[in-house]
Write a protein that binds this ligand. Structure first.
Ligand code: LTN
Length: 330
């Protein structure tokens, strides 16, 4: 059977945490055999808030290298940088005329980001969901793996697709969002009532994918536990310990029960050490592969150029159809 197309993207803005790794990239790796995957570095979305140019450029390359280092195979998938495929901006323009100002003003993320960046509520920020719809629809994507925070964006993409299809003839595949149920939810190490976030106030509560072993060990050592002294999975009463158990279980590839057994009769000191080591052991090879790729710029640029060409091929086919239907003189 013909595989369906799958689309996802990450913005090259903040540094990614182990939560992002488990919630997004690790799943992407598992999906690459079952779908025609398009994975993008969403640098056009990134500029909706002000960026330092040199940093944005560096983070773009760095994120692409990270994807590959995590196991995304650029031969199997189409891995590319969004701005290298002009069709994204082109389709976005057309889709803008199928999107209402009112519905964009009501988007939760727009409201949140407007409050956070009150000095720069630019049109791009408001148009963010339309650009995202363009990303998805250009590739006739059937499936879009996303986090819960992107639900509203995916709904709008579906609405826009249906609106266009109804106004003309079926043109876009109407995408379905998939929410990774199996992926473990990782909480902040210092405040286990909060999700581990790349923009947490205190960076000691989050493990970043670029953290070295010493940093990782130090952060786990300081992680919040409780005043009891036994390792047991009980998210309600022992949120800190349960979070550490979850992290250990995914990074050491063990079930929660096995993880509990590993620490039966042991104190929190040993436990935290083991969790830190499991994480550091998993991240070390990813980090060294990412560094190796970043040092081989010619290779990396070649991969991205090839990815952009393959992406543009599919994207331009869709764009051509759209332009024809709306009556652009071709
Ligand atoms: N908005 C997403 C990133 C993103 C995306 C996409 C995700 C941009 N375009 C298309 C899925 C499909 C985010 O910030 N997580």
């Amino acid at each position: 059977m013909e595989k369906s197309n799958l689309y996802s993207a990450v913005q090259p803005t903040n540094n990614l945490t182990i939560g992002n790794y488990l919630g997004a990239i690790k799943n992407w790796v598992n999906l690459q055999n079952d779908y025609n995957c398009y994975y993008a570095v969403a640098n056009m979305h990134a500029i909706t808030v002000r960026q330092t140019p040199a940093e944005l450029r560096q983070r773009t390359l760095s994120l692409a290298a990270l994807f590959i280092a995590c196991g995304i195979d650029p031969e199997k998938c189409v891995l590319y940088v969004q701005s290298q495929v002009p069709a994204h901006a082109q389709l976005c323009w057309v889709l803008n005329t199928f999107t209402y100002v009112g519905e964009m003003e009501r988007m939760t993320q727009f409201k949140d980001k407007s409050a956070k960046h009150a000095d720069n509520i630019n049109m791009g920020l408001m148009d963010y969901p339309v650009l995202m719809a363009a990303d998805i629809l250009l590739y006739q994507s059937a499936v879009v793996p996303i986090g819960k925070d992107q639900t509203q964006h995916l709904e709008i993409a579906r609405d826009i697709a249906q609106r266009f299809n109804n106004a003309y003839t079926p043109t876009f595949t109407v995408p379905k969002g998939v929410y990774m149920k199996s992926s473990a939810k990782i909480a902040d190490l210092l405040d286990p009532s909060k999700k581990m976030s790349k923009s947490a106030e205190n960076p000691n509560g989050a493990i970043f994918l670029h953290d070295d072993r010493d940093t990782i060990m130090r952060k786990f050592k300081r992680a919040v536990t409780d005043s009891e002294a036994f390792v047991k999975y009980d998210p309600e009463n022992k949120p800190g310990v349960s979070n550490l158990l979850t992290i250990y279980s995914v990074f050491a590839d063990k079930s929660i029960e096995e993880a509990e057994r590993d620490f039966a009769g042991k104190g929190y000191g040993d436990f935290k050490l083991a969790v830190g080591e499991a994480v550091a052991d998993k991240l070390a090879p990813i980090q060294s592969e990412q560094a190796r790729l970043l040092a081989d710029k010619a290779y990396l640029e070649g991969v991205l150029k090839n990815g952009a060409e393959r992406a543009a091929y599919t994207a331009n086919k869709t764009l051509q159809k759209v332009h024809k239907k709306i009556g652009f003189y071709l």
